[in-house]
Write a protein that binds this ligand. Sequence first.
Ligand code: NAG
Ligand code: NAG
Ligand code: NAG
Ligand code: NAG
Ligand code: NAG
Length: 566
Amino acid sequence: MDHSDSRRKPHFLGKVLMAAILTALCIFILKQSPGFIGDSALKTLCCRNAEFYNYGNISIFLNIWMDHSDSRRKPHFLGKVLMAAILTALCIFILKQSPGFIGDSAFSRHEPGVTHVLVTGGAGYIGSHAALRLLKDSYRVTIVDNLSRGNIGAVKVLRELFPEPGRLQFIYADLAVAYVGESTLEPLRYYHNITANTLVILEAMAAHGVKTLIYSSTCATYGEPEKMPITEETPQFPINPYGKAKKMAEDMILDFSKNSDMAVMILRYFNVIGSDPEGRLGEAPRPELREHGRISGACFDAALGIIPGLKVKGTDYPTADGTCIRDYIDVTDLVDAHVKALDKASPNKVGIYNVGTGKGRSVKEFVEACKKATGANIKVDYLDRRPGDYAEVYSDPSKINRELNWTAQYTDLQECLSIAWRWQKSHRNGYGSPSVMKVKGTDYPTADGTCIRDYIDVTDLVDAHVKALDKASPNKVGIYNVGTGKGRSVKEFVEACKKATGANIKVDYLDRRPGDYAEVYSDPSKINRELNWTAQYTDLQECLSIAWRWQKSHRNGYGSPSVMKV
Ligand SMILES: *[C@@H]1O[C@H](CO)[C@@H](O)[C@H](O)[C@H]1NC(C)=O
Ligand SMILES: *[C@@H]1O[C@H](CO)[C@@H](O)[C@H](O)[C@H]1NC(C)=O
Ligand SMILES: *[C@@H]1O[C@H](CO)[C@@H](O)[C@H](O)[C@H]1NC(C)=O
Ligand SMILES: *[C@@H]1O[C@H](CO)[C@@H](O)[C@H](O)[C@H]1NC(C)=O
Ligand SMILES: *[C@@H]1O[C@H](CO)[C@@H](O)[C@H](O)[C@H]1NC(C)=O
């Protein structure tokens, strides 16, 4: 029915393609041009990318990414729960006193006391929360993201909250394409995306006199420590490519910082959950990424009925209730740690900190908190252990507490999940365009002014086919209309739809669309007479109710069922 959408899609894809091509071009130029920050030629060229989203000017290209989705295929990978900590590789560095940043646009003008922060992956879950906090604290923020994991919707929210020119700019860019060969082997992609991109960032920082780096690392760099809790002195023996790539990136940063006066802060995250307490941002993985998602995402998907339930792998670990223990850190606290790290960063100093609550919670506890937070009776399957998972991981956050005066505030698991659930409930479509039904034309010569159509249920339609098959005979041609014979107006349809779904559907009544006609309905008497066929499902609301039942339990369509694995 909705022609407008189908028309827009190819257009959008076209634009994305164009953006990708332009990005490739930009990166080419970037490699040619040493002073790429504030380079006006680059700006002119690349602004077209940015203009596509209308989010400002280009000034720098950097992007660090990690990709979890590949990780679960590997036998030695960390548990899903641990993976949850690190959805978005996030790297913040400050363009404070960066000479290259002084340009001609409102954004790049350097004002004393104003700090520019570049957030890579800033359209993602953690990155967008970091950008929100930085903007609130009067930083100027440049978000760089290639939108493969991030949501332009999150950038739009930030844009609306901070519309003043020069506060926030978004750059669509993907440095990785310049580095990653298409034939790169699976584990090597981690080293490309994480380690190689970190190298690129360091080089760019050196070239442009950027002096401060807040680097997002992970507790995965510790591997499988023998002693809990994990302190910053716990030996790092990462056991999977992700952890190893992050460890190598850390080493590179540390080596680089030795020969410079850089200020470096490395934050090692534990399992990140939650969302903005004011409900402005949330976590919205793309449908195709959901099944690789984090434990909190699985909890919400189960509560929404998108997945049938939760699967807990391993109930015989040497823990109090037999399930794994992890350290869940709220994203608001995590972002606060970044800002505190930023405040305390000083030249020639390196700070390395664990960011966790210091308290381990079992997966069972998590599931219970999830049930309470969502109010949903979530089905939980307890399965066998998965190889490579370890029983217990939690942090000792006393160093960050002591040195940065940071303590986790959101330590009530159920409360964190309730906050995130509020956003999830009211953003079932993620950052997608709000679902508004568009009714085009209310001034047709019909009873209620909207168009009239003949809606035939697919079960009746199929029945007509079978009856036609039965009656088909050699040397005969039968031609039949298959409709109910009753016309219903679009307004009637909308009302039936509201009743069938129980949802308060928002409807925009717009002008007519050219080419639509007022009334179309069939006379089915010939098929009735000759094939003894009559439509049985003629109650519009009932038809829609039946269809709605399927929709509700198949939000992922026929896509692979998204099942959380713990
Ligand atoms: C982008 O640059 C142009 C010209 O340099 C300037 O007029 C405009 O305000 C800038 N936009 C933003 C969002 O900074
Ligand atoms: C690394 O980047 C490439 C392309 O840029 C992408 O296809 C791949 O999925 C990424 N892999 C990981 C492990 O992040
Ligand atoms: C964005 O970057 C990631 C990681 O480098 C890569 O896997 C992905 O293919 C990129 N997506 C686009 C649209 O460029
Ligand atoms: C540490 O943080 C607390 C609460 O956030 C604050 O009240 C206190 O003044 C801070 N202490 C220092 C030394 O900054
Ligand atoms: C026509 O269909 C009705 C109901 O489907 C059935 O009861 C009736 O026997 C059929 N008549 C003939 C002639 O097949």
